[in-house]
Ligand binder design. Structure first.
Ligand code: SAM
Length: 240
């Protein structure tokens, strides 16, 4: 796997930012990102099986997966994850195996643990996006998929200039405004066994994209109820 890291954000800033966002996150970002979340869930369910949501946040998407899918969630922000745990309890989501405080770049899961890795609105918030994608590629099974919904920066023009101008303020809020699609494409090209299979524009305003990568090997589509696997050691288990 490649390691084209560009450390432009740090986890401490991001953790602080999301501790502030947690109480109001659903109100501010619930509806605006809903279509992207539903598209990612539909893509993940086409593969099915055991799904890891990285940067699961307040767990807005968890109730929308089919009950056939076994779900695990990780996030670096404990306040966000506590909201997710409340949602799991409120909806009685017995298909959620666990929620853990964990850094996306250092997942405590063995290789080939999941049929799908889903990361919605997360890749542009991590310090080292390419190293984080490497980690996703490590834990996804051969034949499985990585499904992202991510902000994609403008390639040129006024929007690109504005994104670069706003970048320092955006980092304090916990994300990047500028992030070219080229970085995703280059990562796939340079990662052995990974293939870019889809890019689809997503609202709001098409500034986001659904991006899918497939890991070669395996038997393609996986059965929904494969054997249970061991849980990882993590910094804190919100639910086990
Ligand atoms: C914009 S929110 C998206 C939350 C959720 N996926 C959604 O669709 O609403 C980004 C999430 O990624 C988490 N995050 C940021 N950096 C992370 C990292 N290095 N490891 C794990 N989670 C991270 C944040 O704490 C936050 O919950």
């Amino acid at each position: 796997m490649t390691s084209l890291s560009h450390a432009e954000l740090d986890n401490q800033t991001v953790t602080k930012a999301y501790a502030r966002w947690a109480p109001v996150y659903d109100l501010v970002f619930g509806a605006v990102f809903e279509r992207g979340r539903h598209a990612a869930i539909a893509a993940a369910e086409r593969v099915g099986g055991r799904i890891l949501e990285v940067g699961v946040g307040t767990g807005l998407s968890l109730p929308h997966y089919s009950s056939d899918c076994r779900l695990c969630g990780v996030d670096i922000s404990e306040p966000m994850l506590r909201k997710a745990q409340d949602r799991v309890s409120e909806f009685g989501l017995s298909n959620v195996e666990g929620l853990w405080v964990m850094d996306a770049e250092h997942l405590s899961f063995p290789d080939d643990s999941f049929d799908v890795i889903v990361a919605q609105y997360v890749i542009t918030t991590v310090p080292n996006p390419e190293a984080t994608l490497d980690e996703f590629a490590r834990v996804v099974k051969p034949g499985g998929e990585i499904v992202l919904v991510s902000r994609v920066g403008a390639e040129a023009g006024l929007r690109r200039a504005l994104e670069h101008w706003f970048a320092p303020a955006a980092r304090k809020l916990g994300w990047r405004t500028e992030f070219s699609f080229e970085r995703y494409a280059r990562w796939a090209e340079q990662s052995s066994g990974m293939r870019l299979v889809e890019r689809r524009a997503m609202p709001p305003l098409g500034h986001f994209s659904l991006i899918r990568f497939a890991k070669e090997g395996g038997t393609g589509r996986v059965r929904a109820n494969s054997a249970p696997e061991t849980y990882p050691a993590a910094r804190a288990a919100i639910r086990t």
